[in-house]
Design a protein around this ligand. Structure first.
Ligand code: PLP
Length: 376
């Protein structure tokens, strides 16, 4: 093969299966768990993850766009697939070609979907998103108007009504409660007019993990939890976390070079770091092009030789420098842990995110395509 891995992620499909099982057990058999596998399953590999989840009994998967759904179909995934982040007019036919179920976000798209289904002589389904207060995607039309449009579209079936919370982790403010009330009001008013779809769904990881049972309805949409993460919530009266999951991904990179620097030597772009004493540094074979946040320059940490080692100097595109003075046994080719556990120490995406001033989602999704996925 002639090349070695410079940076890779090790993904435990068993852990993903366990996390999915934990979510299912928590919500019980009456609530459908639709795992979110968008963005390459938060970089865990959408195809492998989807195969695992469907084998474990997932009947629904959620993706962001038509292309992500098409990839799963090409890989032979037969579960229902919900496309959540809208579609461009040119993608509409692709939804039907790949047997994907769209979330429709504006009423004007319902007659278009109807027309397309009619032209193919099939009866297609769709879910409709209600903007209950997030102010992003979703319709804000009143229930009677929604019902008129839904009823007029006779070749398509409204199968689900959904909404999304803007501030699920905030147990101080009332936005989540307000959104729940608004969504339920719309659903009730539609039901009074005879339109009651099979699925009402509104919960991502946090409302599942912290037991906001009123928001579970017939279906929940956890993403982060499937990959082993539940963000903390704020508020004096924040509820206990009921869902226990573990990260499924470790991220490693190889030591490319090792050198000893004299006191006063500068390290990397901008001479951002100056050796305060003679030190040994390792140059790692990964940089911001692999997804290591540039903001970790001079402040992040990795685990090298079973010890925490500081990132020194700027994170550059393909390389990162660390202080390994405390680990003289390390040699070129040794793996270093960017995310994961080694020697009893752990760095997870939440910790890395805190240091980098971002969120764990962005750390996971930011692991770039050139980082190989290895399933363990
Ligand atoms: C991404 C997404 C989810 C999953 O969110 P997590 O916080 O990762 O569980 C659920 N619903 C919608 C609409 C999303 O876009």
């Amino acid at each position: 093969m002639g090349f070695a891995l410079r940076s890779w992620v090790e993904i435990s499909l068993q852990q993903i299966a366990d996390n999915f099982k934990a979510a299912r057990e928590l919500v019980g058999p009456e609530v459908e768990v639709m795992p979110v596998v968008k963005a390459d399953a938060y970089r865990h590999g959408a195809v492998e993850v989807s195969r695992t989840l469907t084998r474990e009994g997932a009947r629904w998967l959620a993706v962001s766009n038509v292309e992500e759904g098409a990839r799963l179909r090409e890989a032979g995934i037969t579960a229902r697939i919900l496309v959540m982040a809208d579609f461009l007019p040119a993608e509409r036919a692709g939804l039907l070609d790949c047997n994907l179920t769209p979330v429709i976000h504006s009423l004007g798209d319902i007659p278009e979907w109807d027309l397309l289904a009619a032209s193919r002589g099939i009866r297609a389904s769709y879910h409709l998103k209600i903007d209950s207060g997030m102010g992003r995607l979703g319709t804000r039309e009143p229930a009677d108007q929604i019902c008129r449009v839904v009823r007029a579209a006779t070749h398509v079936r409204l199968e689900g009504l959904m909404t999304h919370f803007a501030s699920a982790s905030d147990y101080l403010g009332s936005q989540t409660e307000d959104q729940s009330v608004s969504f339920e009001r719309t659903c009730t008013e539609m039901a009074q007019r005879g339109i009651a779809p099979d699925y009402l769904h509104m919960s991502s990881t946090i409302p599942v993990a912290y037991g906001r049972t009123r928001a579970w309805k017939q279906m929940v949409r956890p993403g982060h939890a499937i990959y082993g993460y539940v963000s903390p919530v704020s508020g004096a009266t924040s509820p206990p976390k009921l869902l226990h999951v573990k990260p499924a991904l470790s991220w490693k990179t190889a030591i490319l070079a090792i050198k000893d620097l004299p006191q006063g030597a500068l390290v990397g772009y901008g001479g951002m770091y100056r050796a305060p004493h003679p030190m040994r540094i390792a140059v790692l074979a990964a940089g911001y092009a692999d997804g290591i946040p540039h903001r970790l320059s001079n402040r992040g940490r990795v685990i090298a030789g079973g010890k925490l080692a500081s990132i020194i100097g700027a994170v550059s595109m393909d390389l990162t420098t660390i202080d390994i003075t405390a680990s003289p046994e390390l040699k070129v080719g040794d793996p270093v842990t960017l995310l994961g556990s080694e020697g009893g120490l752990t760095i997870d995406a939440q910790q890395m995110a805190r240091t980098a001033g971002t969120i764990s989602y962005s750390i996971l999704c930011g692991i770039s395509a050139r980082v190989k996925q290895i399933y363990v």
